[in-house]
Design a protein around this ligand. Structure first.
Ligand SMILES: Cc1cc2nc3c(=O)[nH]c(=O)nc-3n(C[C@H](O)[C@H](O)[C@H](O)COP(=O)(O)O)c2cc1C
Length: 168
């Protein structure tokens, strides 16, 4: 199967975009990703898949840490910024939002729907990407907010489509 056909097919899989962030103050970087899931609760571990060409890839390996920040409704601009759609790079992507440090030293977003601060446990290469397994060292969440959704190339709020269908 052609990669382009596979990519087209995967657009039908709705995802909740996250920002994977890493690096030390003054040298931070990050990317928008949908390849994130829980691996186990004992120990609490997650996995993310990161392209080896992403600026965050070598920094995760070097610092042995990264955060996963689940975006909320209204943060499509942050998703676009960390996906490289605005031309901003590295530290510039962090401007205008609230970032702090918890356990590992990785930058953690203060106003995401949920954030997981992770220590890198394992890295497995597969083709163009690496699968990073992270041990969750600290978390924070906002129980009042709704998630951002990525579906067929667009960012939207959960329920936008059903509300539109009801109104039609
Ligand atoms: C919705 C969406 C999901 C993405 N998911 C991933 C992903 O899971 N893994 C990945 O490596 N890149 C993913 N990307 C691409 C990266 O966000 C993009 O290549 C980014 O610019 C990489 O950072 P860099 O410019 O600092 O290298 C995704 C992009 C979008 C728009």
């Amino acid at each position: 199967m052609e990669a382009s056909a596979y990519k087209q097919l995967m657009k039908h899989h709705a995802g909740a975009p996250v920002v994977i962030a890493t690096g030390c103050p003054g040298a931070r970087t990050g990317l928008t990703a949908t390849a994130f899931c829980s691996l186990s609760d004992s120990p609490p571990t997650v996995l993310v898949c990161v392209n080896q060409t992403a600026s965050a890839h070598p920094v995760i390996l070097q610092t042995r840490s990264f955060s996963v920040n689940v975006l909320r409704d209204g943060q499509a601009d942050i998703a676009a910024r960390f996906a490289g759609m605005t031309g901003l790079k590295g530290e510039q992507r962090f401007e205008g939002s609230d970032w702090a440090v918890q356990e590992t030293g990785a930058p953690v977003m203060g106003d995401a729907l949920a954030s997981l601060d992770c220590e890198l446990l394992q890295a497995h290469d597969h083709g163009t990407h690496s699968v990073f397994i992270g041990l969750v060292k600290a978390v924070r969440s906002d129980s009042k907010s709704e998630p951002l959704i990525y579906f067929r190339g667009n960012f939207s709020a959960l329920g936008d489509r059903s509300r539109a269908a009801c109104a039609a």
